[in-house]
Design a protein around this ligand. Structure first.
Ligand SMILES: [Mn+2]
Length: 455
């Protein structure tokens, strides 16, 4: 063990000590999932059932897989994070094997060989424990359910359509059987799911706050580590290290770390360029914690300070963000947020002489707000803002090279994104602790980052 290595260990353990003091939120319990199913049942008409099917495992390369991501509807109503699972929510009691039930789960039975290679399976008992459903059957016993479905007036279903993936054959046969024997309805179910999942419960808000806290901490450490010569990939690594070190299981979506012109590519994710001459770095990165994800964007100067043009545009985007956030309140609409951001940016671009009055421009090409939760673009209604919603506000300005404006503005891409919880009479900006003014960003960038500590 050399001196360098000890130094590194000390540095990492000191760091871990500071982050482990963050209190962990409560996990979702079976009562949560049970209650969510009751809420769905309340919306369903008599004599109906809603069916949810797990996502398949997805091949990454040869016989290795991507990290498993559950169908978020199935997870929401069951807490089960395993492939080859079907959940049936019945409006009225059904009787199967002399047992009365309202919810039935079909799951692969435990299998020693499968567990040896891929880890523990829930099995029937585990699934009961997770979901609070009283009736759990091996997936092969689907034939007991099928006649029940045939008698219903409505069968609602929403299942993933992934081809060439590792669905097991039993499951495919069952889905085919359901689809041929019943008239599957989808539209109303989709609407109910948006209504339910768009309003977060206290438990969900606790977990989301934690996911956002971790995401924000990733941004702060990344800001400290950014300097000319580091690469986009290294910055991504800093975010991901913080995510995992703080207990997140993954990123909620492919991290975007785009330097200079790369920031203009809205879903840039190759993150393979060195930061040398680029002036700004746009980071849109969020941690996934207990299946809920944060979604924060910050844009910072490579050298640690903004030049005049960058600062002018940065301040404009921040103003648009603040105007957008002011429009976030119970009773307003998503359109109000969009308008507030768009008007501010439009007026600002005219003021700076980047566009002429009355001229259309391509510099703000995307929407400003989406629901945040189990999916980064979560289910939810896009009409009136209601208490319990957690949404993003994320205006941006992107001026790629060769744009029809003065050259001094080229290669500037700025987006700032915060995560907002709507309450009865106020809002809470859950990502406000991540430096967002140009001077706060310049301040935190003076600190030594974890990348430099590794030197
Ligand atoms: Mn977003």
């Amino acid at each position: 063990m050399n001196c360098h290595f000890i130094k590194l260990l000390l540095c990492i353990s000191a760091f871990l000590f500071t982050i482990t003091i963050l209190a962990q939120p409560k996990r979702l319990t079976k009562d949560f999932h049970k209650e969510r199913r009751e809420q769905l049942r309340n919306k369903m008409p008599e004599n109906s059932a809603a069916i949810f099917v797990s996502n398949p495992k997805q091949t990454r390369s040869a016989d290795t897989e991507h990290r498993y991501k559950q169908n978020t509807d199935l997870y929401y109503f069951s807490g089960i994070h395993e492939a080859n699972v079907i959940l049936l929510v019945f409006k009225n009691d059904v009787v199967i094997q002399n047992q009365k039930a309202k919810d039935v789960i079909l799951i692969s039975p435990k299998n020693a060989d499968e567990e040896l290679w891929h880890g523990l399976m829930l099995g029937e008992e585990g699934a009961k424990e997770k979901s609070g459903a009283t009736l759990v059957l091996p997936i092969q016993e689907f034939k007991k359910i099928n006649p029940l479905l045939a008698d219903l007036s409505h069968v609602y279903a929403s299942w993933p359509q992934f081809e060439n993936n590792e669905y097991n054959e039993d499951l495919i046969n069952i889905l085919n059987e359901i689809a041929t024997q019943n008239k599957i309805e989808n539209e109303e179910l989709e609407a109910w799911l948006h209504q339910l999942r768009g309003i977060k419960t206290e438990e969900e808000i606790g977990i989301l706050k934690h996911a956002i806290k971790i995401s924000g901490q990733g941004h702060i450490e990344a800001m400290k580590s950014i300097q000319p010569g580091v690469s986009e990939r290294q910055i991504q690594g800093v975010h991901e290290f913080i995510h995992r070190a703080m207990g997140a299981e993954d990123s909620g979506y492919l991290p975007i770390v785009g330097a200079g012109n790369n920031g203009c590519i809205l879903h840039y994710s190759s993150n393979d360029k060195d930061l040398i001459k680029d002036r700004l770095v746009l980071m849109d990165v969020g941690a996934e914690y207990q299946n809920y994800t944060g979604d924060i964007t910050r844009t910072v100067p490579t050298k640690g300070f903004f030049n005049q043009e960058e600062k002018q545009l940065y301040d404009l985007v921040l103003l648009a963000l603040d105007e957008g956030i002011k429009a976030v309140k119970k009773g307003n609409t998503f359109k109000d947020i969009d308008q507030a951001c768009r008007n501010t940016i439009h007026e600002g671009l005219i003021r700076l002489g980047i566009v002429k009055k009355g001229e259309n421009h391509p510099f703000f090409p995307h929407g400003v707000s989406h629901h945040l939760g189990l999916d980064v673009h979560d289910r939810g209604e896009y009409k009136t803002l209601k208490p319990g919603m957690v949404i993003t506000v994320e205006p941006g300005i992107y001026i790629p090279e060769n744009s029809p404006t003065d050259k001094k503005w080229w290669n500037i891409a700025i987006r700032i994104e915060d995560n907002i919880l709507i309450k009865e009479d106020k809002i809470e900006n859950l990502s406000e602790f991540v430096p967002r003014t140009s001077s706060d960003i310049e301040g935190v960038m003076k600190e030594k980052g974890i990348l430099q500590k590794l030197d």
